[in-house]
Design a protein around this ligand. Structure first.
Ligand code: NDP
Length: 327
């Protein structure tokens, strides 16, 4: 299904030869594949490069129960195989490869793949996603998907009626702690300073929720458990006192990093690196370049919203190409 250009194909293109495509999609999460499905059906002949993590963030989750159309739920990696198959069946040219540089100076946009070949595209859809930030503990990595999660909305339900913990003090952590408080008996919330970064209104909601226990000046030293999360070892960074708290899940909500580095200087983005789109569209400030999914969304970050915005990007690209007489 996924194509890797053979060395003969590459060499037949010749030194310095540039491949030309109508619609180039960068990224292979729900946004990229949905854009590919719509762009293929509109006969834009899209070429999609999958990036370092084919299938995106969902390939590191376990069960997905909130994506419509799967009444019994589905494993994240399997769902992304379905997305890929559907895009391929519609005719998308899906390839391994990472976009490593761009040049958006002209009306034809140039994108470099794997620091080698350049592609010229009449339209580009950026769906490179975002990556959750992690604490960097070995146990956090080992138990990822077994009680450790970076998405309470995705995984909180599995811990209904249980005690859970969350680390983080921004709006995401506040929102997720409140979400968890409605499902779980107790939410232990670890804040590394003596104050939260979240907006006042969110802070007040968290502080006024009786089953959220706040731990100030608190850092996580270890997540304990062999095959699944059983407890978390925290340390007060003022007194040095360590405590083990039994929990069934540990949610990490310390921010996300949009995968937008290669577009810096070419496209308008906010201070955190999220690509700015014109509200209600997938258009960026560069004509013919569109953005969809988590690389432009720091609020919702759901597979279904990413897929929806991938659809918008393909429809916007089709309209753009039509208006320019390129399609
Ligand atoms: P933020 O960057 O705002 O917050 C990250 C939080 O994680 C900070 O409180 C930070 O602590 C903490 N943190 C970072 N590293 C560690 C660590 N190693 N150990 C412990 N704690 C750590 O990220 P968010 O995802 O919360 O929000 C991103 C943006 O999206 C913000 O602008 C936010 O306002 C916005 N947003 C808006 C929403 C809405 O409007 N509904 C919903 C969600 C997000 P410290 O404060 O000490 O640096």
């Amino acid at each position: 299904m996924t194509k890797k250009l053979s060395s003969s194909q590459i060499s037949s293109m010749g030194e310095g030869t540039t491949e030309k495509v109508h619609c180039l999609i960068i990224g292979s999460g729900p946004a990229g594949y949905t854009a590919a499905i719509y762009a293929s059906r509109a006969n834009l002949k899209p070429v999609l490069y999958q990036g370092v993590q084919p299938g995106g963030q969902l390939t590191i989750t376990t069960e997905v129960e909130n994506y419509p159309g799967y009444p019994d739920g589905i494993q994240g990696p399997e769902m992304m195989v379905h997305f890929e198959k559907q895009a391929a069946r519609m005719g998308a040219d899906i390839r391994y490869g990472l976009a490593t540089a761009v040049d958006f100076t002209g009306p034809v946009h140039r994108v470099q793949i794997d620091e080698g070949q350049w592609i010229e595209a009449d339209s580009v859809i950026i769906s490179t996603g975002a990556s959750a930030k992690w604490l960097g503990l070995e146990s956090e990595q080992r138990l990822n998907g077994y009680g450790v999660s970076a998405c309470a909305v995705c995984d909180g339900f599995f811990f209904k009626g249980k005690e859970v913990a969350i680390v983080g003090a921004g709006d995401t952590a506040a929102e997720e702690a409140l979400y968890l408080s409605k499902l779980c008996t107790t939410v232990h919330m670890f804040i590394r300073r003596d104050a939260m970064r979240a907006s006042k209104v969110m802070q007040e909601r968290v502080l006024n929720t009786p089953n959220i226990n706040m731990y100030w000046n608190t850092e996580t030293d270890e997540i304990l458990g062999d095959k699944k999360v059983e407890a978390v070892r925290i340390r007060n960074n003022v007194t040095g006192a360590a405590t083990d708290i039994p929990v069934s899940a540990f949610f990490v909500a310390i921010g996300h990093q949009p995968n937008s580095d290669i577009f810096k200087g070419w496209i308008d983005m906010d201070d955190a690196g999220y690509i700015k789109t014109i509200p209600g569209t997938a258009k960026t400030n560069v004509e013919g370049v569109f953005a969809s999914g988590d690389v432009q969304d720091k609020i919702y970050r759901q597979a279904v919203t990413a897929a929806g915005s991938g659809c918008m990007a393909a429809l916007d690209a089709e309209r753009y190409l039509g208006e320019k007489g390129l399609h």
